[in-house]
Design a protein around this ligand. Structure first.
Ligand code: C2E
Ligand code: CA
Ligand code: CA
Length: 952
């Protein structure tokens, strides 16, 4: 904008300058200025005068010797005659003979005769202007003389306006410029063929009226070296004292040089020659014409053009120049114009008046400066306005802004900066930025190094390290985001820097709140699934780095649906909160409890160095569910199923770890809830398999596909049947008869075992009732009780109720329990056993010898019988060790007063052994395979010993 207006202004001024230049040039102003160099140049340029010119001077000496002026025309006639004899080429007689001589009229005749004889005499023509009326009169020689002259030449000398004679009019005359000048007429007379072209400036001194003296063809002529003209005293020429060659073939100018007689002119040679006589003037003009020393003045148009150019060029140059160069350029332009003017004069005889262009250039400089000043002022005003605007902006922006100088000392700060730092402009100005601005790293609390202005990259905004905290003078803190940018001048030098500091405390709070909401469960306040996965990912990385384990526990509440449906959602919510809290209570700070969804929680146990510590925490977690949860007025007994995964053993990424933990949890659920399972490979497949089996088995129980086989237990001494063991079979519609190994573990892994055991007890009782009604009153029926059953609370009461539902004599029902069952939860088992014992149920310890029960426990249990596991019997009597164990068990049972039954008896040798050792009963294929009632019942009624005769 500024540049454009400047250019327009320049253009306007240029046009003004050109107009002025033209005006000055045409007006011919600056005359004096122009001609000072001209005159000096003319003096320097002056050359030796041509030897062809001879001046015959009417000088002081001639006047003394010939007599005072005017002389008789006879004297002049004598001179002409002498010159005729001497062979002068042409004679310019620069003496005006306006009227016939009064003193010697015959002299005129004599002169006319001499001129006629010579034939080459040119006489002057002149004019006179009457003083009163201003009328111009032409003055020509007296008619007789005029007639004798070879021609006329005007002797009009016109000084310039400064009074100095420099120019010559080749033509002049009254009414029209009819007369050639005397020197031109002489030249044309002597050398018509070489006569100079009549040129020079056209123009009139006066209007071309018939009564006005008119001049034309102005030339500037070069002067000859002062004193170089061949000047001869009139009296010497007249008396013939000179060598003959003096005048031969020469241009002879005769005229007055004596002071006070003729007109004197001031010329550029004034300082050397003094005033110049008319004849001297004509001699110089003639010399100039002869040697072509004519100077051609260049017209006003040329001056206007040169002026315009000389003015325009610097004006056009100024805008692109630095201000200190404008003056030298102006000066150079002026000198250039002057020099070219002088060079033109010297070498091309062209006269270009330099004053106007020089004055124009000189004028253009202040003009330009004035324009520049105006622009500077305008620019300054706009700068001031911009500064004001910047200040207002600075103080109205929300960000804290501090500016420093190049050394980093504070120069300015806005109100936000005051608010954030506690410094005012008074306390801050001049201080090092580090003293005003304290920014520390949020975590390490190390002070952030503030940049030095010189170290910042120009036109680049540098961000300070984050997260950053700005510490107020009074210690208050704000989270900030700070940037620094250098202030550079146009040349790129650093002037300082700007620090902009945005207070992001509120933004951060909101961000944190938002990210908290996005990563936390609103109900329990625990991390949600998103954050869990993130933390797990980090925990995995950490564990990999530190070479530690991770425990991931998938916790699922067992009866949550019941609570939710029964007591309402608010109760469900309250329960979830309490569970979350209890889980958290047992964990360390570094561990994570997350709500995974619904009633599922996931726990990450970090920094585990050995496996048992996972078990310890697991136990603690499970213990949290021993206490009831108080929800509103209810005391709720809640259990949970837990799946445990160990990193890196059970998965190496978030997805697989969570999936496997879920599988393990599901497995725990299958195993009857209130249970924890550690993940094992293949668990998922097994779980799926089992799911299918358990669903099928459930149906089987309902559809009565199960059936009880019975295997007799006989007295080893007489082979008589003492009891039968009920062994369950599944009469599968497609697969045929399935053995318990195929489906009992499946039932055991889910709560289905309860239903199965319940069915078996009922079925066995029902069968016993039938047998008793059929007279088999001494028969004992043994039922296998699943190991997990006896650990259930109140199971004693449940079984007792079932048994009591039949009209039985209690002692004839025996429950076979394994050692593992007993040891699982000793106290609870003992309580249950006592309960059942009270209704007359007897107990046998199944698979005795394979477990890890101690004898001390055995004595405290209400047990009636020991069943030696068939793994010992199998190799009896060949294997010494097993035989010894079997012997020991029999001996121990005896000592405790317990009946001992040997399982898996298949050979008579085994029976012999048992009998020898005093074992009470035997059971095995040797005696009878497990058989359906249809087969067993007749055998029972037959009352024949079932031991083969050979071994009886
Ligand atoms: P167990 O209680 O040890 O049952 C005895 C197992 O030994 C029976 O297998 C029986 O057929 C087998 N057996 C009997 N005599 C011999 C012999 O001379 N040689 C060999 N090799 N085996 C003999 P079964 O019927 O396949 O039952 C396997 C297991 O299933 C039982 O072991 C018991 O733990 C369980 N079981 C069977 N029926 C039930 C039931 O109704 N309820 C529960 N909870 N478990 C049952
Ligand atoms: Ca058994
Ligand atoms: Ca057994």
């Amino acid at each position: 904008m500024l540049g454009l207006s400047l250019r327009i202004e320049t253009l306007i001024l240029t046009i003004a300058a050109i107009t002025l230049a033209a005006a000055l040039a045409f007006e011919g102003a600056m005359w004096h200025l122009d001609h000072v160099p001209y005159d000096r140049m003319m003096r320097a340029k002056a050359d030796m005068a041509s030897s062809e010119i001879v001046v015959v001077a009417i000088d002081q000496r001639s006047l003394q010797e010939i007599g005072s002026w005017p002389w008789s025309r006879r004297t002049h006639a004598e001179l002409i005659e002498r010159l005729t004899d001497a062979g002068a080429s042409v004679i310019g007689l620069n003496i005006i003979f306006a009227e016939s001589s009064r003193i010697d009229p015959d002299g005129d005749l004599r002169l006319a005769e001499a001129m006629r004889q010579n034939g080459h005499v040119i006489l002057p023509a002149s004019f006179d202007q009457s003083e009163d009326r201003g009328q111009v009169v032409e003055i020509l020689p007296e008619p007789r003389l005029a007639k004798a002259a070879a021609g006329f030449g005007h002797v009009d000398v016109v000084p310039d306006q400064d009074g100095i004679v420099r120019s010559h009019f080749l033509k002049a005359g009254l009414g029209s410029p009819a007369w050639q000048s005397l020197p031109l007429a002489m030249l044309q007379h002597a050398k018509p063929e070489h006569g100079p072209e009549v040129s020079g400036e056209n123009g009139h001194l006066d209007s071309a009226s018939p009564y006005a003296w008119t001049r034309n063809h102005r030339i500037l002529f070069g002067f000859a070296e002062p004193g170089s003209h061949n000047e001869i005293s009139y009296v010497d020429a007249l008396r013939g004292k000179l060598p003959e060659e003096t005048f031969r073939g020469r241009f002879v100018l005769v005229g007055v040089t004596a002071k006070g007689l003729g007109a004197d002119f001031i010329t550029p040679l004034m300082s050397e020659t003094g005033p110049m006589s008319g004849v001297g003037y004509n001699a110089h003009v003639l010399d100039s014409l002869l040697q072509d020393h004519i100077i051609r003045p260049l017209g006003s148009i040329w001056i206007a053009i040169v002026s315009a150019a000389a003015t325009l060029i610097p004006l056009l140059l100024y805008p692109s120049l630095s201000s200190r160069w404008t003056l030298p350029v102006a000066a150079a332009a002026m000198i250039g114009v002057l020099l070219s003017s002088l060079l033109l004069l010297q070498f091309f005889s062209l006269w270009l008046r330099p004053a106007v262009p020089i004055v124009m250039i000189a004028g253009s400089y202040p003009l330009w400066s004035w324009i520049n000043l105006r622009h500077s002022l305008r620019y300054q005003r706009s700068l001031r306005a911009a500064h004001e605007r910047a200040l207002v902006t600075l103080h109205s922006v929300d960000d804290a802004v501090l500016t420093t100088d190049a050394s980093g000392a504070v120069q300015d700060l806005n109100s936000s900066a005051t608010r954030l730092t506690g410094h005012t402009i008074e306390t801050a100005r001049g201080q090092a930025i580090e003293c005003v601005l304290t920014i520390v790293d949020e975590h390490s609390r190390c002070p952030t190094t503030l940049p030095k202005p010189g170290a910042l990259r120009p036109q680049t905004i540098t961000r300070l390290p984050e997260p950053a905290v700005l510490v107020h003078r009074d210690g208050q803190e704000a989270h900030v985001r700070a940037t620094a940018a250098p202030i550079n001048d146009a040349q790129g030098a650093t002037l300082g820097m700007v620090l902009a500091i945005a207070d992001v405390t509120e933004t951060r709070r909101l961000t944190e709140q938002m990210s908290y909401l996005a990563t936390h469960d609103p109900l329990t306040g625990l991390p949600n699934r998103v954050l869990l996965e993130d933390r797990l990912r980090h925990a995995i990385d950490r564990a990999k780095r530190e070479n530690t384990f991770l425990g991931v526990l998938f916790v699922d509440l067992d009866q949550f649906k019941t609570v939710n449906d029964g007591l309402g959602h608010s109760a469900g919510d309250a329960l979830l909160k309490l569970v979350g809290q209890r889980l958290k209570d047992v964990l360390r700070e570094a561990d994570t409890v997350a709500r995974f969804g619904g009633d599922e929680f996931v726990i990450i146990l970090e920094n585990i160095t050995e496996m048992p510590s996972i078990n310890t925490i697991l136990k603690k977690l499970q213990a949290q569910f021993d206490r009831s949860f108080r929800i509103e007025a209810h005391e709720l007994q809640v259990s949970c199923s837990i799946g445990v995964v160990v990193f890196p053993r059970d998965g190496d990424n978030v997805e697989s770890i969570l999936k496997n933990a879920d599988t393990a949890m599901y497995r725990a659920k299958q195993l009857g809830r209130a249970n924890a399972q550690i993940y094992t490979p293949g668990m998922e497949g097994a779980a799926r398999d089992q799911l299918m089996w358990s669903q099928r088995l459930q149906k089987a129980i309902r559809n009565n596909e199960l059936v009880l086989y019975y295997q007799p237990q006989v007295d080893v001494t007489d082979g008589r049947v003492k009891g039968v063991e009920a062994l369950v079979r599944w009469n599968h519609p497609e697969l045929g008869l399935l053995m318990p190994d195929a489906f009992v573990p499946v039932a055991e892994s889910t709560s289905l075992i309860q239903a199965l055991d319940d069915w078996v007890i009922r079925e066995a009782n029902a069968q016993l009732q039938q047998w008793r009604q059929a007279g088999l009153t001494d028969l004992r029926v043994a039922v296998n009780l699943s190991p997990r059953q006896l650990a259930q609370p109140n199971v004693g009461r449940v079984i007792a109720n079932t048994i009591n539902g039949f009209d039985l004599n209690a002692p004839y029902i025996e429950l076979e329990i394994t050692e593992r069952t007993i040891m699982h939860d000793l106290e609870r088992t003992i309580a249950n056993l006592r309960e059942l014992k009270s209704i007359g149920v007897t107990f046998a310890i199944d698979d005795f010898g394979t477990g890890y029960s101690s004898l001390s426990h055995l004595t405290s249990l209400p047990v009636d019988r020991l069943k030696i596991d068939r793994s010992f019997i199998r190799s009896v009597p060949d294997d010494a060790q097993n035989t010894a164990i079997a012997s020991a068990i029999i001996a121990m049972g005896k000592s405790l007063g317990l009946s001992v039954v040997a399982e898996g008896v298949e050979t008579p040798a085994q029976v012999d052994f048992l009998r020898a050792k005093g074992c009470n009963e035997a059971q095995g294929y040797l005696i009878c395979h497990p058989m359906p009632t249809s087969v067993v019942t007749p055998m029972l009624h037959a009352a024949t010993p079932l031991l083969p005769r050979s071994v009886q």
